[in-house]
Ligand binder design. Structure first.
Ligand SMILES: [Zn+2]
Length: 306
């Protein structure tokens, strides 16, 4: 419900439309400052690496999750023999076929394009750096994960673009006798995960509640980073925080508030309450403006309609 009202936030273009501000420019580049512009299309934000910072905040969470998955103990399944069964006898139960790509080897290495630049494994020469590579020299298996954090309506386009970008590389690795899995995945800038993300986790053996949690963590990372970009939309200089968990670790709960709730959960609730206040304030402004236009009697602020 809250996310759906994002476009009611006081972006320069909305403030202008509501008659509250005489300019509708983005404070960084002079283009029209819509929500979409500020969170995903501003060239100044792009060159200042604001979007890169958001991308890396999400990538960090993804890399943490996949690293835990990579280091799990695995016993490689031996190729299965065809079993002949005598007439009248029951076939012995067979182990389930592998359903995680990571079961294809018991020795994986991983590299993510974060603090240290990713160096592509020694299979082919390339200047491309996917966001995450997981590979096994022993079993000649390569998994490439490429993350994009686009505006929600451009997730599919991003998927196709990244898939095309790496398909040649994929082919060249295959020619060297490697098995290759390529996963372009998207988390929308406002925190909506694309299907590709769910599918990738599934292919790598992350299922059920575990998968739900992982997707939730990535969504939250995107949403928080976007909130931060939004708050900083009028600050022309950009000094990204090095702590990607800024919302949960920079402050403890203030004393005396939210009795009975302690720790990070408190801050999440704080954030939620803040959003509620913003939504309420925006609705109030909108209703008062509508009332002014239609000549209705203004009866006070919008109230909780959840
Ligand atoms: Zn701009």
């Amino acid at each position: 419900m809250l996310r759906s009202v994002y476009d009611l936030l006081p972006s320069p273009s909305n403030l202008h439309r509501w008659g509250l501000q005489d300019h509708l420019k983005c404070q960084l580049c002079d283009k029209t400052g819509s929500m979409e512009h500020i969170l995903s299309s501003c060239t100044t934000s792009l060159t200042q690496d604001r979007y890169r910072w958001r991308h890396d905040s999400v990538l960090q969470e993804l890399a943490d999750k996949l690293e835990r998955e990579r280091t799990k103990n695995r016993t490689r399944q031996k190729p299965r023999m065809i079993q002949f069964v005598k007439e009248g006898q029951k076939a012995p139960k067979q182990s389930q076929p592998t359903n995680s790509v990571l079961d294809e080897s018991d020795k994986w290495e991983m590299s993510a394009d974060l603090k240290q630049k990713l160096v592509f494994p020694n299979i082919i020469q390339t200047t491309f750096r996917p966001d995450i590579v997981i590979w096994s020299d022993k079993d000649k298996c390569l998994v490439m994960v490429e993350l994009t954090v686009p505006w929600e309506s451009r997730c599919e386009e991003a998927y196709e673009r990244k898939k095309a970008k790496y398909s040649d590389m994929q082919e060249r690795c295959k020619q060297k006798g490697w098995r290759v899995w390529l996963f372009p995945v998207e988390v929308g800038a406002r925190g909506f995960p694309a299907q590709s993300l769910w599918k990738m986790f599934n292919a790598l053996g992350i299922n059920g509640a575990d998968r739900k949690r992982a997707v939730g963590t990535l969504s939250l990372a995107a949403e928080r980073a976007s909130s931060w970009l939004w708050m900083k939309r009028e600050e022309r200089s950009w000094k990204p925080t090095t702590n990607s968990k800024w919302l949960t670790t920079t402050a403890g709960p203030p004393p005396g508030e939210c009795p009975g709730i302690k720790g990070p959960k408190h801050l999440l609730i704080g954030e939620y309450q803040l959003k509620k206040l913003v939504v309420r304030a925006v609705h109030t402004v909108l209703l008062s403006l509508t009332a002014r236009e239609t000549g209705d009697i203004w009866e006070g602020p919008y109230d909780n309609q959840e």
